[in-house]
Every structure is written in structure tokens, then in C-alpha cells.
Design a binder for this molecule. Sequence first.
Ligand code: GUN
Length: 294
Amino acid sequence: MQILSGKEVSEAVYVDLKKKTAEFVAINGYAPTLAVVLVGNDPASQSYVESKKKACISLGFGHRDYHLSETVSQDELVKLIKDLNADSSVHGILVQMPLPKNLDADLVIETIDKDKDVDGFHPQSVGNLLIGLPCFVSCTPKGILEMLDYYHIETKGKHVVILGRSNIVGKPMAALLMQKGRDATVTVCHSRTENLASYTRQADIIIAAIGKPLFVKPEMIKEGVVIIDVGINRIEDSTRKRGYRLVGDVDYDQVASHCQSITPVPGGVGVMTIAMLMKNTLQAATQLALKDIE
Ligand code: GUN
């Protein structure tokens, strides 16, 4: 059994990004800059936003943090995004999801300038992704492809079963894997799928992104499967100082020995997501700099 280490792959990505960022700064005289907008006080979101900030600092990127109260109005949030769109010293804009229920996430995402849409959530980015045109690719699916490539895991002709149909992971992941060049046969299962295990047992590769702790069990897989676990769930654990531990959507301890390879949680997909956000931010800054010259 092989452990697919997001830590190892992301370190390789950061080495490459550091080099490319130094080149960018030498040419342009400024650093790629990411604006991160967090609304409310969800602890998991706060922790993700903090990790994104740390990644920016480690690469020498500029970062702007906007922490808004959960009572912020739709208009105020939209205005902030429009200001960031117009600010030429900001190259990437990320609004941490999920937003509080009273805000319209679709409208917020649509407001982000598609040239600064480093999350790849804008409808135009998603549409381009589906038809195979250049675009910003959502960071988690992009990170998963990077991991598969790093470990030379072939997807051509393979049956990939994705658990979860979210706009952030499941749907873009399916679109990417079925594209020419990736050539996978893709099944997307979700909370209303009947007899879900009958699909997962056929999978050569399982991508679990349903947000249910320890959901995938040994009887649901075939021997020698490759498992990519996207889940980051907090479960109570009184033996830990902070009172919880992180587990994936896969029951790693029970399942790992039956796999050809598997990602751990933490240290798997999560760290890749942030590395890809940094990659997208450098891409945005580079494209915007070229547009300036035109
Ligand atoms: N919430 C969970 N994952 C993500 C992500 O990749 N981007 C944003 N903006 N919010 C998220």
C-alpha cells in the first residue's frame, strides 16, 4: 500500500512556485496578491483562511484579509468585491465558502471579476472547464489531478467513482476526468444514490467528497483500489488538547491495507488545495500583467 502524500507533492509545487514567483517579481516589480474575504466566525473557515495567508507569506505573495461580520449586508459584500475587482494591485479574489445563509453565494461569486477568479467558481470559469477551454480550475480537483500525475496514476479507461456532487469538488472533478487526455469513465454518486456500495465496489479510483466522517468502509471497495479522500471532518476526541481530531470521508484505519494507494487526512488533499490556490494566483497575476501590456 502506497500513501499519496499531499505534503510531499505540495512541497514540490512550492519549490516550483517560489522560482516562478521570483521571476515574476523581477519582471514586474511587484508580487502576486491575493485578497481573501471571510464572512462570520466559522472555526473551520477561519482555520482555512489562516492557512491561505501563511501560504501567501511563505511565497512572498501579497495578501489582503477582509474579515466581515456575519451580519454584513449583501450590498456591502458586493461593494467590497467590486472595489477589489477595480483594484489593480489585487490579482486574485477568494470569498471563503460557505457564506451565512442570508447572503446569496451565487450572486457574490458572479460579481468576482472572472480574470481574478482564482477559486474557479465563476459561472464562466465553470462553463469553460466543462467544454475544455482555458480557465481557472477549482483548487481541490486541480490538486487531485496534480497528485495523480505526480504518482503516475493512470486514469485512461479507468472507472472513477466520485462521491459527492458539489460545485467545488464533485462536478468539476467529473468534468476534468472525463476530458480527452484524462479519459476516465466517471460515475458520480451522492446522497440520493441507491445502493451506493454497488458503484464504489466497481471503482478503480474512488474520490470521496461527501463530508461524512469515516463513510467509506472496507466492504464498499475492491482490493487494489486507489482512494483520494477529500473529506476534512472534525470529530470529538477528548484525548486531544483541542478536543477534536480531523478524519476524512474514508475509514482510513480499516480501508488502507486493501488499497493500492490512498491519501491520508490530514496531509493529503487539503494541503494540495492551498498549493493550487497559490498556483492560480500566480497565473492570474501573470495573465493580468500580459493584459496590461496589450
Ligand atoms: N470552502 C471549502 N473549500 C473552499 C475553496 O476551495 N474555496 C473557497 N472559497 N471556499 C471553500
